[in-house]
Design a protein around this ligand. Structure first.
Ligand SMILES: Cc1cc2nc3c(=O)[nH]c(=O)nc-3n(C[C@H](O)[C@H](O)[C@H](O)COP(=O)(O)OP(=O)(O)OC[C@H]3O[C@@H](n4cnc5c(N)ncnc54)[C@H](O)[C@@H]3O)c2cc1C
Length: 365
């Protein structure tokens, strides 16, 4: 089978990987560099963790996700993950971190709760007024996205995949199926897989009622010198509650400390430019008060803009029209599932079984 994949974020790269391993001919088309620095997969790092609280189907699918990453590491001959685990900082009963811990306890996954004194001794940058308790889990950690994209696209090139960066798909003919490039070239295939991230509704406006494109940004920080060592031994921190929807990536494997918050997310009409205020980094950093001591002493090194898609209920998206498949590892939590999604896309393209793919992506069971 010849399959054209549109978009080389983690979903497109992984779909190409899984399809090529099964002997299919793959053409991967990316409008920008690989990875696109504005795309959802173009940032330095992403959290991988099992905890999902109420969305327990994703907790269960993490076993497959971990196995898919292991398969990729074997193929690449390198592990681009810092296995530092993750922790939840509980600020109020029932907040995201508390729900994550409940989910781990319910399903019997490992974690350790630290009382306030133990937490402050281990993580001295915490403000004692800012949290109730916290837990640490040994599973998961930090995926190193830039290294993954570089090695995965090199692997694809070495295994017969045609990889074309700076090659924009202008139009998709779902009935053929075929794609039309910016220069007017028409490419036909047996199947087309569209993994175009936040640009998908630009290409296929019919999905705009189910997929919303959003923009956000993250800030990279240099912590005060006396807190640096503690941050270097900090696990990844998803699900920071309160109104901010915060998350933190520790400075591991040569990366910088990163803060991000769902509170900075706004609508993004696909393709439009967006600028940030000169003090955007400091403003994002300061959303994390009163969780950390001396926040003003954390120097802003840089900010990074990102765009991504969301569904109404934060579940991943899949659809098929003829032999054209649309998949979005969306809603701000899909990177960790990227390689598993690639394998599932390959299953679906081979079998034509749209239902199984969507059921897996939505994770309601
Ligand atoms: C700030 C932020 C933090 C996140 N944190 C986490 C986290 O900690 N853990 C986690 O698991 N997930 C996280 N996510 C979500 C995760 O990053 C995404 O789910 C995942 O990267 C989506 O990958 P994708 O391949 O679907 O999309 P993308 O990575 O956006 O890739 C889409 C690609 O398609 C290309 N493209 C689009 N249109 C065309 C066209 N017409 N022609 C050719 N190419 C085209 C784009 O250039 C882009 O490279 C986060 C997302 C953001 C934005």
């Amino acid at each position: 089978m010849h399959v054209i994949v549109v978009g080389a974020g983690i979903a497109g790269l992984s779909s190409g990987w899984a399809l090529a391993k099964r002997g299919h001919r793959v053409t991967l088309l990316e409008q920008d560099a690989i990875p696109n620095p504005l795309g959802a997969s173009g940032d330095d790092h992403r959290i991988i963790r099992r905890a999902y609280g109420e969305m327990a189907g994703y907790t269960r699918r993490m076993t497959e996700a971990f196995a898919a990453w292991d398969e990729l590491w074997r193929d690449l001959g390198a592990e681009h993950v810092a296995k530092v685990g993750f922790m939840g900082i509980v600020r109020a009963p029932g907040d995201n971190a508390d729900a994550y811990r409940d989910g781990l306890a319910r399903d019997g996954y490992p974690f350790e709760t630290l009382g306030r004194d133990a937490a402050l001794a281990r993580f001295p940058y915490l403000d004692p007024q800012g949290f109730r308790d916290l837990f640490v889990s040994p599973e998961g950690g930090v995926l190193l996205c830039l290294r993954i994209a570089a090695d995965l696209s090199a692997w694809l090139g070495a295994h017969g995949v045609t990889v074309r960066d700076h090659c924009t798909v202008r139009d998709i003919d779902v009935t053929a199926p075929a794609v039309v490039l910016d220069d007017g070239t028409r490419l036909s295939a047996d199947a087309v897989v569209v993994t175009a991230g936040a640009w998908v509704t630009h290409l296929l406006p019919a999905f705009a009622d189910r997929l919303a494109s959003k923009r956000t940004y993250v800030v990279y920080l240099d912590p005060p010198a006396d807190f640096r060592a503690a941050w270097q031994r900090t696990p990844a921190i998803p699900g920071i509650g309160g109104d901010i929807g915060g998350y933190i990536l520790p400075p591991v494997a040569g990366t910088d400390l990163k803060f991000g918050a769902g509170a900075t997310r706004t609508d993004w009409p696909a393709g439009t430019p967006f600028e940030l205020a000169a003090d955007a980094g400091e403003r994002l950093r300061d959303l994390f008060a009163p969780l950390f001591l001396r926040l003003a002493d954390y120097r802003v090194k840089r900010v990074r803009k990102c765009v991504y898609t969301f569904t109404a209920d934060d579940r991943f998206f899949g659809a098929r029209t003829g032999a054209t498949w649309v998949v979005s590892a969306c809603s701000g939590h899909g990177y960790k599932f990227g390689t598993a999604i690639g394998r599932r896309v390959a299953d679906a393209v081979e079998s034509g079984d749209e239902r199984s793919l969507i059921r897996w992506l939505e994770a309601r069971d």
